[in-house]
Ligand binder design. Sequence first.
Ligand code: ADP
Ligand code: ZN
Length: 724
Amino acid sequence: MRRLPVVIPVALDQTYDYLVPRSATVEPGSFVLVPFGPQHRIGVVWDRATDSEREVPASKLKPVMEVLDVPALPTVSLRFAEWIARYTLAPLGMVVRMMMGAQAVFEPAKPRFGVRIVEGAPEPPRMTPARKRAIEIASDGLARSKATLAAEAGCSTGVIDGLVEAGVLVEVAIPEKRYPVPRPSHSTVQFGPEQERAVHALRSAVDAGNFSVTLLDGVTGSGKTEVYFEAVARALERNRQVLIMLPEIALTSQFLSRFERRFGCKPVEWHSALASAERGRVWRAAATGEARVVVGARSALFLPYRELGLIIVDEEHDQGYKQDDRVHYQARDMAVVRGSLGHCPVVLASATPSIETYVNARTGRYRHLVLPSRYSGTELPEIEAIDLRKHPPERGRWLSPVLVEAINETAAKGQQTLLFLNRRGYAPLTLCRTCGTRIECPQCSAWLVEHRFRRKLTCHHCGFALPVPEKCPKCGDADSLVACGPGVERIAEEVMERFPSARLALLSSDLIPSLTEMRKVIAAIENREADIIIGTQIVAKGHHFPDLATVGVVDGDLGLGQADPRAAERTFQLLHQVTGRAGRSFAQGRGLVQTHMPDHPVMQAIISGDREAFLDREVSQRQAATLPPFGRLAALIISARQKEVAEAYARQVVRQAPRAERIEVLGPAEAPLAVIRGRHRWRILVKSPRDVDLQTYLRAWLSAVPDPKGDLRLTVDIDPYNFL
Ligand code: ADP
Ligand code: ZN
């Protein structure tokens, strides 16, 4: 027998040795079933063992139970997993778990059965109209599931069963559908000179067949998608697979149809809305190479691509690329790592690049391709600030007269208006006028948000909900509760009152249950079935609404006050993206931003459209404060049910921090969101210059700290994006 190192997908950072017969060839990356404690687990065969494991005598090892008939992870996936584990300090087992896709990967695909017409079969003895319709449809000889055929014929499956009994239809296995192959030259476009230059550069990057990173930087509507599609085409011509990453919410049918127009078929999709069986199929298709182009949210990065030749990260600045549970990683950054390990080019596309990427482009670490103007030739929208101090809305209203006027003008021209407010629900706070009580979540340090459509007060941190009370829970006064501040539902209410004949579309993630539903609403807006669109940040991303002329930002200041090094950047990106939705296909659009701080640098940058000035200012501020990308940050978050327990442990952790000249340990401090789900939270921020190996420092530090006991938890967040 010989030893085989295996990684088990649990929160452990090591390999375990198992035995296989000397003669057996089990390649690294293979999936094996092994005994693990009292259970059986599926693990991944590794190509090197953890040192400590080598010392376990062979007599103590157990044999591998089975080598599974699933494509092995390619070697690059093993290296990628190790890299992520080392960088994020997550246990290797947890990273491997992300790479295993779905349980369905390991279950044999269930054969599907359906029915097909029997050639030369006699007419059934009893011919009904329903039977006739079903026979007509089935007469093309194709196999369909009973449900599909019944649906197409508008009858019950009982009718189909009857036809099977009569010998007109026969039950057959339906062959597993294969993903269609996109055709690189299905339909091409003529590029303008600037686009042409970018296309050429990207094609060469793909041809070079090695690692490079390119920032494709162009205003919304400049043709970034069209341009990177050429790189996709080139990779397809060279028989390489392609991954296109999009923020989850931008995975709309709009993008898929565009892809289809260009390449003749839909790409393979990977996102949270896929059923488990479908996930299994996509995973296998990535491994076998059947999936040529995968379009997916951040976890698509971990599929076992056999021959990946290009990675595109669209809307690379999007915060949705940061994952904040289990393994904390930044998918855009990890895409660059994957490209480097797999020797393939990476393209980062954005109209508002992240400061990190922008700095890399300016210093020459990344190539920088700029598309300066909109393809349609239309100007970028004219942006104005509405100074709420000068033009306040009436009492109890949220839209300034200036904005109302603009909506009227837009409607008079038969065009659409979008009102943007990044706040779900009706009102962020419910207050008792009599005793001053603010209704809070019983398990979080947060106010409950009123959701009037669902008649609930909900906590946005833990999901706690209660029916909207009729009297104050504290003093018992009836009719004393007032809603304070607006959410999108309240804006919708105001719009309905002010513009009773306007057709309204309200886009908020809590009101739209699924991606499929979402796609329908977006399609309705494109088809002009709405005059006024009201939405949270899900409207800001990736959509193209041809008739949208005016964008109103209800609260431009939201997000600026936060103690977050990226607050200004994020606000700028969001405002720029959302106002950029206006006037994409015809005359110039208009963006109006309601603000109390028209002189704030972020507002000034938005109004003047001077992106470079804003970026330069941000860059120099980050540099002066050694913030990312000039410095490194890591957050340690400690939580426990009891405040004293969390605090004591946090203080102990800080006391044990090794002294290091260039590393600052800040805190512990109670987290701004001090309690979530009944857990008290303390934060420690670790800060260093860029050239310090922060991971090695943290690993040494944390290995000396006693393990958190009981319900204590310690989370490490490298490159944190969330400071609450
Ligand atoms: P971005 O991704 O930068 O927002 P898109 O690629 O979506 O820009 O382009 C904006 C619009 O202009 C789309 O409708 C696109 O099809 C069109 N477009 C861009 N470039 C061309 C081109 N060279 N020929 C034809 N249409 C183009
Ligand atoms: Zn809560």
